[in-house]
Design a protein around this ligand. Structure first.
Ligand SMILES: [Fe+2]
Length: 208
């Protein structure tokens, strides 16, 4: 009998772009600059935790409840997050997907984001507001990485599914969605132009 090879345990990564993102990004940029200027606590937090850059992660991480531009973003992303949720095939009972956190990241030249995951959420992701030409990508790690031990490297990993890292190109208007336990990182920004993104978390919550 011929050997049957089963390709199992997939990790879903959703990518796409928002329609008419130019108008939305212009609105977001205006608010992002204001947030940066006013958020002294976030500037202090970033100085210690996000070297060379600024993030509102440690200070204002509910931007969709505070600014109409971020609320519009949340509304526009919602159908994509719902489609991603559906693709997972989860047994949700009466739980609904809700964006719980939304924050901004400004990566100046040499700012990087080390490998991490987003605990206590189910879906996370990033949306790109401003990206330099040939911006550094988001690198998503093969979740099996820590178990490989003595596994040989693949000879010619041209297919995305054969690589140890999947690189999502960062382009204004594009977004990426992944399960929150998936580890990811951003290498140092190589450009003098800032790489500006929004990051977000979704949780499953009951309707009331
Ligand atoms: Fe992240």
């Amino acid at each position: 009998m011929k050997l049957k090879i089963n390709n199992l345990f997939p990790t879903l990564i959703g990518t796409g772009s928002l329609s008419k993102f130019h108008t939305l990004n212009a609105r977001l940029m205006k608010d992002i600059l204001n947030i940066f200027q006013q958020d002294k606590m976030g500037q202090k937090w970033s100085k210690e935790n996000y070297i060379g850059g600024y993030t509102s992660y440690g200070s204002i991480s509910d931007l969709h409840f505070r600014y109409p531009s971020f609320s519009t973003f949340e509304e526009e992303l919602k159908p994509h997050a719902e489609a991603f949720k559906k693709a997972q095939g989860w047994n949700l009972k009466d739980l609904e997907l809700r964006m719980t956190h939304l924050w901004v990241n400004i990566m100046h030249e040499h700012t990087y984001h080390a490998l991490h995951l987003h605990p206590h959420s189910v879906i996370s992701g990033t949306y790109y507001v401003q990206t330099p030409p040939q911006s550094v990508p988001l690198k998503i790690e093969d979740p099996r990485m820590s178990f490989y031990m003595n596994a040989p490297l693949r000879e010619n990993p041209t297919k995305a599914s054969d690589k140890l890292y999947y690189e999502v190109q960062a382009k204004a208007g594009d977004f990426v969605l992944f399960e929150s336990w998936v580890r990811h990182e951003v290498p140092p920004n190589q450009s003098k132009k800032a790489r500006i993104s929004l990051s977000f978390n979704y949780s499953l919550e009951s309707e009331d």
